[in-house]
Ligand binder design. Sequence first.
Ligand SMILES: [Zn+2]
Length: 272
Amino acid sequence: MSDDLTLLCVHAHPDDESSSTGGVLRTYADAGVRTVLVTCTDGALGDSPDGVAPDAEHHEPGEVAAHRAEELRTASAILCVTRLEMLGFPDSGMEGWPQNEAPGSFWSTPVDVAAQRLLPILLEERPQVVVTYDANGFYGHPDHIQANRITVAALAASGLTATLLYTAIPKSAFKRFRTVLEEAGIEGPGSDGEDPPFGTPDEQIGIIVDVTDAADAKFDALSAHSSQTDDSFFLKMGRDKFRELFRREYFVRAQDPFGRTGVDDDLFAGWR
Ligand SMILES: [Zn+2]
């Protein structure tokens, strides 16, 4: 029975839910699990719908935020998310941008203050499994790092017993991914020959979920974020390659009440 199981994912920007956990969100929703998505920022420092970059003069953060909220609602519907909560913190931009320190930005908000926004949702939902990024925010983006920090803080403050998982791409999967992109002549992370700021040693992966049946939904959810993804390697590779590359999602156990070891194939391992 999945009736009493709840999965809660904390993400930084609209579109992160689809790229990093679209597969599990849809897979577990299909299995009858309650799924809760918390998106921390408004994504106002992304590209505008007509492709205006955030550092351009006529970039309108308010319009971008409204558009991205709409995209997020569409993607959440595709992923069959039960409850979507947007915390609405102003996007802090990429590392080193002046907006990092803008008053009220997600990054500049003290962790305990921002965590207070997540805490009531945790207490209402009482999820068995919470998913976010690792302490490096998966790839170093300030808002992703902050998402990790407030999740850890709010979970501790909640007193809940939950499994806390971090999204991950194992190094072996990344190698495969790079080969496929190279063969297709598509630029993506690592195409410049540099190692990207992510990639987890395979032996640290604690859970691998088969999301084959949700791969199309994940592709569609990413497509729903067209203002950010139209030009992305995700969509350029096409549905077939995407399905092949994204049929699994990987997680590192950060807190596990059951002390499990080895590799599980279920986020709720130990809970059922
Ligand atoms: Zn993001």
